[in-house]
Ligand binder design. Structure first.
Ligand code: ADP
Ligand code: MG
Length: 243
């Protein structure tokens, strides 16, 4: 941990019934860093992200955002500073693209309508969809919907962006456009935690890759190191399957 850490995750544990799903997870993220989290299905990746922004309460351990501990009392303020991009987009189906991006700004942050509109167009341009503001989600491809969901998160001016397998619900030909947007964000210095199986993204954009299995971090390191000579046998086996 360094004094520039913007996100600190300290010894997070979470149990569902008899199953301990997170068995003491710690890592920290500096401003502008991208961490990629990989690991087999069921290893606790989604639960970890959900504990970070308190969609799920951890049983023990701490999360600090800009040195402020995340607690029930400040959860709204913390959540508004963490962008969350879900596997299945989570857009409001009855709202246009523009309204999807405006609504959190106006309702959560109290941003004025015109300012929210301006910001929405700015973020739509960033994800290459400035001409689709009037469309409804169902009129867009999955890749476009996911890009809207990213634009919506960016419009909240997040300190950290959390992505939970943002391309895994997409047809393979649509993953590239979403990966490209994430790559661009990483290059622009966004601070991000990205759960993904897109190893090309991990190779190019990650400062560090965390490999999770069975609720533990079993290995972490620079992508080159991890891909070329993972020291853990399970990491190697997993990478051989997906890479
Ligand atoms: P991953 O994202 O790596 O696939 P998850 O974090 O979704 O893993 O799940 C880890 C384990 O926790 C799985 O065994 C899953 O069934 C279990 N789990 C996740 N959420 C819940 C929940 N709300 N209630 C009970 N079990 C859960
Ligand atoms: Mg998951």
């Amino acid at each position: 941990m360094t004094d520039t850490a913007i996100l600190q995750v300290e010894n997070i544990r979470k149990r569902f019934g008899d199953a301990e799903v997170l068995k003491g997870i710690s890592f920290s993220l500096n401003r502008g860093e991208t961490k990629v989290v990989v690991g087999p299905s069921g290893s606790g990746k989604s639960t970890l992200l959900r504990c970070i922004n308190r969609l799920t309460s951890p049983d023990s351990g701490k999360v600090l955002l800009a040195e402020e501990e995340v607690k029930e009392a400040n959860i709204d303020s913390i959540r508004s500073r963490m962008g969350f991009v879900f596997q299945d987009f989570n857009l409001f189906a009855h709202l246009t693209v523009l309204d999807n991006i405006r609504i959190c700004q106006t309702k959560v942050k109290g941003v004025a309508h015109d300012e929210a509109t301006q910001r929405a167009y700015h973020e739509l341009e960033r994800v290459g969809l400035s001409d689709r503001g009037g469309a409804y989600p169902a009129e867009l491809s999955g890749g476009q919907q996911q890009r809207v969901s990213i634009a919506r998160a960016l419009a909240m001016d997040p300190v950290v962006m959390l992505f939970d397998e943002p391309t895994s619900a997409l047809d393979p030909e649509l993953t590239g456009e979403v990966v490209k947007v994430m790559q661009q964000l990483a290059e622009e210095g966004m601070t991000m935690v990205v759960v993904t199986h897109e190893m090309s993204f991990a190779r190019q954009a990650a400062d560090e890759v965390i490999f999770m299995e069975g609720g533990h971090i079993v290995e972490q390191g620079a992508p080159d190191l991890l891909f070329s000579r993972a020291s853990n046998e399970r990491t190697r086996a997993f990478l051989n399957v997906i890479a």
